[in-house]
Ligand binder design. Structure first.
Ligand SMILES: *[C@@H]1O[C@H](CO)[C@@H](O)[C@H](O)[C@H]1NC(C)=O
Ligand SMILES: *[C@@H]1O[C@H](CO)[C@@H](O)[C@H](O)[C@H]1NC(C)=O
Ligand SMILES: *[C@@H]1O[C@H](CO)[C@@H](O)[C@H](O)[C@H]1NC(C)=O
Ligand SMILES: *[C@@H]1O[C@H](CO)[C@@H](O)[C@H](O)[C@H]1NC(C)=O
Ligand SMILES: *[C@@H]1O[C@H](CO)[C@@H](O)[C@H](O)[C@H]1NC(C)=O
Ligand SMILES: *[C@@H]1O[C@H](CO)[C@@H](O)[C@H](O)[C@H]1NC(C)=O
Ligand SMILES: *[C@@H]1O[C@H](CO)[C@@H](O)[C@H](O)[C@H]1NC(C)=O
Length: 586
């Protein structure tokens, strides 16, 4: 769902003409078109491999300093023997069984007394987070505090698997709490190679700070509140602390922040398309689909799901052009293009009988809408339709019925699908009646949730619930989660805003922002915009420089608190607990 695979995405972007969507963005579509996802993913891998062999070209210009070296050379992957299960309900194959959990670290900024800053790489390949060690948030905070940065890969992602395959039963060790325990166990017991002389034991000798963005941001927040003696502080960026089944609000920040003209056009076109499909005419529907270049997509819902694909690129916008995507702008430019001089022709509409016309949701300004109807169709024809190669059927490419595959390699879509089907929900789709919708009303949770049944047939040991058990997540505080030394950083234009504590639907989206409980909204920011940074010597845009400076300030104040607490503890010589400390320092 959530995050930018900065390295792969940007590698792919630089190399070829910008593809209209990345494999990652397809995961943000209402329903996953798995076949297309696999195709794009293998294209991107080939492209990345080609580039890795050819790095000299990319290093030029300094734009993408982090691609000029193979990540694995600068930061070799290390492995930690992690417990397969921390939960007695799911016993491991043998007592204390472990698996190899990958991590990477950088101690080059370390100064005695400095913290360990753990970055949770969430539902992605941890190797994609290495840029944050080199020039992102881990470097920024590491330099400011004399800290050690660590990227820890999540179980069931990248190369950190406690099982041999991804059958339903094999997924039984995958849940949010298990992975939170992973982080705590890691922090309590890790011995970093070459640093054996330091005692980095969390909470006792060294303060550990937890950073995460998106799902990992929620984990950072939960880790701080569930393991306060392990994690001294946490930065929860774009933290989706509230699990929601019908997450139609994904599109609200887009609708409210993107160009109004573009959004109005899209809303009107979507309503028109819905009313055309509602006629359920065996004559008209194929004509409509054909007009968009998708004549052979059998299911109406799959058709409108394909029309929603360009919206997946909103989340990939970033303040750093080397990391972000401009595809959303290109989509809106196309939709609002009024340079065409000829009046738009939508031939099949003129063939409609008057009775049918009466049932259509006709726009306020038909000329404008019809104009954008034809440019929308042209855009889909030009950019979405060709994602499907001529030798494959459109149903294979845009269909949403087939979710087979148990190999570990399937984790890129399957592990997170399992997590949202069991605990998180986040089925994205149409707005409720009465609210303008960027996507078709056919995109309901029933349609987008089909994947849960199809990808995860009941196992012998476990079965996926009929509806995700969001209580498993929301019991930890949801919108109202608050804790000392827990910072929330969000973006006002983040499609995930409505799942964060800054959600307009939260009880108090305007909490007081203090050093102890920072509560920051990056104006115009999208998805965890504080996580990436620039190579030394380059200047960040003001809103990013500002959030990074604020993060340095509050983390340094947490460090002063740690050191003061050490002296206090020392002077009275007794054990304490977080409750007392919080009482004393609040
Ligand atoms: C499993 O680990 C626990 C905690 O480290 C230890 O007390 C126990 O002896 C171990 N059991 C076995 C069978 O190794
Ligand atoms: C998956 O792995 C389990 C044990 O790890 C094994 O029993 C099962 O047969 C495997 N399933 C498939 C479909 O390969
Ligand atoms: C670090 O300190 C803790 C608590 O004093 C102790 O239990 C642990 O063995 C020490 N670890 C190392 C590597 O010295
Ligand atoms: C649409 O028409 C088909 C037959 O052409 C029919 O089977 C189906 O039930 C109709 N759907 C709706 C929603 O009316
Ligand atoms: C749609 O299907 C028809 C008949 O099988 C085929 O001739 C045509 O090429 C297909 N069009 C597309 C765009 O896939
Ligand atoms: C706008 O339309 C004109 C004329 O059809 C076309 O040449 C131009 O490329 C379009 N611009 C965009 C951004 O699609
Ligand atoms: C949902 O999760 C909560 C919290 O973990 C648990 O108490 C409850 O039993 C779960 N509900 C179902 C239906 O499994």
């Amino acid at each position: 769902m959530l995050v930018l695979p900065a390295v792969l995405a940007s590698l792919a972007l630089l190399a070829v003409a910008e593809p209209i969507l990345t494999a990652r963005e397809l995961l943000n579509a209402p329903a996953l078109t798995l076949h297309l996802h696999r195709r794009l993913r293998s294209q991107e891998r080939r492209e990345a491999a080609r580039l890795a062999e050819d790095t000299a070209d990319v290093g030029q210009g300094g734009q993408l300093a982090f691609t000029s070296q193979k990540p694995s050379q600068e930061y070799p992957a290390l492995v930690f023997d992690q417990l397969v299960s921390h939960d007695s309900r799911y016993p491991p194959p043998y007592v204390n069984a472990t698996f190899r959990q990958r991590y990477w670290f950088d101690a080059s900024h370390y100064k005695p007394g400095g913290p360990v800053i753990l970055l949770d790489s969430g539902e992605t390949d941890g190797a994609n987070r290495i840029p944050f060690l080199r020039q992102g948030i881990l470097r920024i905070l590491g330099e400011a505090t004399g800290g050690i940065g660590i990227v820890l890969e999540h179980r069931y992602y990248g190369e950190s698997f406690p099982v041999q395959n991804l059958s339903t039963d094999s997924l039984r060790f995958l849940d949010t709490l298990q992975s939170l325990h992973d982080s705590a166990h890691f922090a309590r017991t890790i011995k970093l190679p070459g640093l054996g002389h330091l005692n980095l034991t969390a909470g006792q000798h060294t303060p550990w700070l937890y950073y995460g963005g998106s799902y990992a941001g929620a984990k950072a927040a939960f880790a701080r509140s569930l393991f306060p003696d392990v994690f001294w502080g946490a930065i929860a960026s774009s933290a989706v602390t509230t699990a929601i089944v019908d997450f139609w609000q994904y599109y609200e920040p887009i609708r409210q922040s993107a160009s109004a003209d573009c959004m109005d056009r899209l809303v009107e076109n979507t309503a028109l398309i819905d009313s055309l499909l509602a006629l359920n005419s065996s004559f008209l529907s194929p004509k409509l689909k054909g007009y968009f270049g998708l004549p052979n997509v059998t299911s109406d819902a799959d058709f409108v799901n394909a029309l929603a694909l360009p919206l997946g690129s909103w989340q990939s916008r970033n303040w750093d052009p080397a990391v972000g995507s401009k595809r959303f702008d290109a989509f809106c430019d196309a939709l609002t293009n009024s340079t065409s001089v000829r009046p738009p022709t939508v031939p099949f509409l003129s063939t409609l009988p008057p009775a049918a016309l009466e049932q259509l949701v006709l726009p306020k300004d038909p000329r404008k809408t019809l104009e954008s109807f034809s440019t929308y169709a042209a855009y889909v024809k030009e950019h979405i339709v060709p994602l499907c190669p001529p030798d494959e059927s459109q149903d294979a490419c845009f269909g949403t019925d087939e979710y087979g595959g148990d190999d570990l390699d399937e984790y890129e879509w399957k592990s997170w699908a399992y997590q949202f089907c069991t605990e998180w929900g986040y089925f994205i789709g149409a707005a409720p009646k009465g609210t303008p919708s960027l996507v078709s009303r056919l995109l309901t949770p029933e349609y987008t949730g089909k994947i849960c049944k199809r990808a995860f047939p009941p196992g012998e040991l476990i079965r996926v619930p009929d509806s995700p058990n969001i209580t498993a997540i929301n019991q930890w505080g949801s919108f109202d989660l608050s804790y000392p030394r827990l910072a929330f950083v969000d973006g006002s234009e983040d499609p995930w805003l409505y799942a964060t504590p800054h959600s307009p639907t939260a009880l108090n989206p305007h909490r007081k922002d203090t050093l102890r409980k920072p509560f920051k909204l990056i104006k115009g920011g999208v998805h965890h915009w504080d996580e990436n940074g620039l190579a030394p010597g380059r200047t960040e845009p003001p809103e990013i420089a500002e959030i990074h400076a604020a993060e340095i300030e509050f983390v340094q104040s947490w460090m002063r608190e740690w050191h003061a607490r050490g002296k206090w503890r020392w002077s009275i010589g007794g054990a304490d607990n977080e409750g007392k400390v919080a009482g004393r320092w609040d």
